[in-house]
Design a binder for this molecule. Structure first.
Ligand code: URA
Ligand code: CA
Length: 433
């Protein structure tokens, strides 16, 4: 087989065989196929697309390019959730203990945050003592007993994707549905997921700017999943503004606890219930989304979801009593209110910029080795569509430095108050296919 023939075949709009796709991925991973041929093929795929079989073959070839986490000792259907990006996205913190409480095993491998989006591990580490450095044996044991555990990234997962994503980044081939979909799905499958639920974000600040593109990506990932034997569902949700009220590590843990108590922000709660219902269905614990939602609502009402979070924290040496007393979480020294500059309706809160403001306070990392301040961040009091009077606080800045003028300037540029407002749509589409 010759790489040049594969490139020409795709260039001319023909369908590649599974063997040709495997030849490319294997050769590219081990260095036999050079970057220039790989980038040429990526560009051909960008223009000519791939059919469902090619997408599935590409995904599995990338899965098999490195280690695959073996979770077969964990009983039940392991369900993983993936979001295509979010600021102040507290959903994982709520979903993991919540769906575990209704019997769906959550074996989560997670990373730290980089840039303005926070990582789940960083957030959890704001609970005193909690850590993710546990052995694989302990990880498996905890998931079997308590249905939920989180471990730090291990192994050499999907090296082909790492290499190809880096190449695409500098060759104008990132924005291709078959390439994005196979990239995301390969990572989930290599991490051991039997079933997958996807939260595809759209709108200002999201990867997929239009609803149409987001829908195409969601459908692409759902068909890949179902074609390779992983039950997969998706939703398309809006990220025109941050989710919930809290942005920042400890602040988001507090918000997660409140949500597990049934007192969370409306949008976060709705997103959690929608994604959670899909997780319960693909995890085989309910026959349809309504039945799943009823189970989740009961787990919140009877306190079992909150207890699941406590047990999860304690199992990994964290102080579980934070669920009774959130003041045990790290607190910032200063709280500064940001007053509205005029009266009207909030029409825009740019999610990415809120993430950047929170990073300026020390909540995020610029480089991989930076230390982060777990206590700082923002708490929104107004969301898009809300009425506000001049001088009324839009949000509170939680800071460990007294002067936050730079942050205030950034925030004022990123929040718009106008005379007319409208309630935003949170969930655009539910894709069960
Ligand atoms: N995120 C990924 O993981 N892969 C892509 O190709 C694009 C976004
Ligand atoms: Ca939040």
């Amino acid at each position: 087989m010759r790489m040049v023939d594969i490139i020409e075949k795709k260039r001319d709009g023909q369908v590649l065989t599974k063997e040709e796709i495997e030849f490319f991925i294997t050769g590219y991973t081990n260095g036999d196929i050079p970057d220039y041929q790989a980038s040429s093929l990526a560009m051909a795929v960008f223009f000519q697309d791939m059919n469902d079989e090619e997408r599935a073959a590409l995904t599995m070839a990338m899965v098999n390019s490195g280690d695959v986490i073996d979770l077969s000792d964990i009983h039940g259907t392991k369900v993983d959730k993936h979001s295509t990006g979010g600021v102040g996205d507290t959903t994982t913190l709520v979903l993991a203990p919540l769906v575990a409480a209704v019997g769906v095993p959550v074996a989560k491998m997670s990373g730290r945050g980089l840039g303005h989006t926070g990582g789940t591990i960083d957030k959890l580490e704001s609970v005193e003592g909690f850590h993710v450095e546990i052995s694989e044996e302990k990880f498996v044991k905890l998931v079997n007993e308590a249905k939920v555990a989180v471990i730090g990234q291990t192994g050499n997962l999907t090296p082909a994707d790492k290499k190809l994503y880096g190449l695409r980044d500098v060759t104008g081939t990132v924005n291709s549905i078959p390439l994005i979909a196979s990239s995301i799905m390969s990572k989930k499958i290599a991490a051991g997921a039997d079933a997958i639920v996807l939260d595809v974000k759209t709108g200002n600040g999201a990867f997929m700017k239009t609803l149409e593109d987001a829908e195409a990506l969601a459908h692409a990932m759902v068909s890949i999943g179902n074609n390779v034997g992983r039950n997969t569902m998706a939703i398309i949700s809006d990220m025109g503004q941050p989710l919930g009220h809290a942005i920042g590590n400890a602040l988001e843990v507090k918000e997660a606890i409140e949500t597990l108590q049934g007192k969370g922000p409306e949008d976060l709660t709705e997103l959690v219930m929608t994604l959670g219902s899909q997780m319960v269905v693909v995890g085989g614990k309910a026959k349809d989304l309504e039945e799943a939602r009823a189970l989740l609502e009961k787990a919140i009402q009877d306190g079992s979801a909150l207890e699941s979070f406590r047990t999860f924290l304690e199992n990994q040496d964290g102080d579980g009593s934070v669920v009774d007393d959130v003041s045990k979480l790290p607190q910032a020294k200063y709280q500064v209110a940001l007053p509205a500059e005029s009266s009207g309706f909030v029409t825009e809160i740019v999610a990415n910029e809120m993430g950047v403001a929170s990073m300026m306070l020390g909540a995020g990392r610029q480089t991989k080795d930076d230390d982060i301040d777990l206590s700082v961040g923002l708490v929104l009091h107004k969301k898009v569509g809300d009425r506000v009077d001049e001088g009324e606080p839009l949000l509170t800045i939680h800071s460990n430095r007294e002067n936050v003028d730079d942050v205030i300037e950034k925030l004022n540029q990123s929040i718009t108050v106008s005379e007319q407002g409208a309630e935003p749509t949170l969930i655009h589409k539910i894709i069960t296919e």
